[in-house]
Write a protein that binds this ligand. Structure first.
Ligand SMILES: [Fe+2]
Length: 197
């Protein structure tokens, strides 16, 4: 990892640790590091992917949520990170490529991610798939425990559907989560027709 990326990674880990960030207890270990692992494994299938761009996206793709949770969908929050990226030594060209990719990831609900560049597809797929590994859905229950159980389960089913239909587009990553999707749907109320066969 080059020095700029090392500085970015440690700064994002530092920002995630503030208690004002609702997910501070788990976000690095059970989200960002899982995304990192999936991206790195996926790159074995896609050796032409721009590694530098992807490594930056791993640590930047949730920047808005980490620094200003209320504005997590506001792209101007990402643009406010430009001076920080410059101070770490990233070039203007790299930063503009990073911003373009981040805006494509943020537009996932409006634009078809299948048409995005390879690096955006890999990051988006790893981001969606990360929810199927580790305690993501249990954490949602814990963080929203005042809501009725049926409402929590319906919300989780919607999240599963969004990840599968809008975020995961890399076939190797989609394949890796298939059995987990079925299991998680059961855990959130889609019970099987039979239990013993
Ligand atoms: Fe994410």
């Amino acid at each position: 990892m080059n020095p700029e990326l090392r500085l970015l990674k440690s700064e994002i880990i530092r920002l995630c640790s503030y208690p004002r960030f609702i997910h501070h207890q788990w976000f690095v270990k059970y989200h960002l590091e899982i995304v990192e692992r999936i991206v790195n494994e996926a790159c074995q299938f896609y050796p032409k992917a721009d590694q530098e761009l992807l490594q930056g996206l791993i640590w930047m793709h949730d920047y808005a949520k980490i620094v200003d949770f209320e504005k997590k969908d506001d792209f101007t929050v990402f643009e406010k990170a430009i001076p920080m990226l410059t101070s770490f030594g990233f070039t203007t060209d790299y930063i503009s490529r990073q911003m373009k990719a981040l805006s494509q990831i943020e537009n996932k609900l409006k634009e078809d991610i299948n048409k995005a560049p390879l690096e955006v597809k890999i990051l988006s797929s790893a981001d969606g798939a990360s929810h199927f590994f580790g305690p993501f859905f249990e954490i949602y229950f814990a963080e929203n425990s005042s809501l009725p159980i049926e409402e929590l389960m319906l919300s989780n089913l919607k999240k599963i559907d969004k990840d599968v239909t809008r975020k995961i587009v890399i076939p190797e990553i989609m394949k890796a989560v298939q059995t987990r999707i079925k299991f998680l749907k059961e855990q959130n109320g889609i019970l099987p027709k039979r239990y013993l066969s």
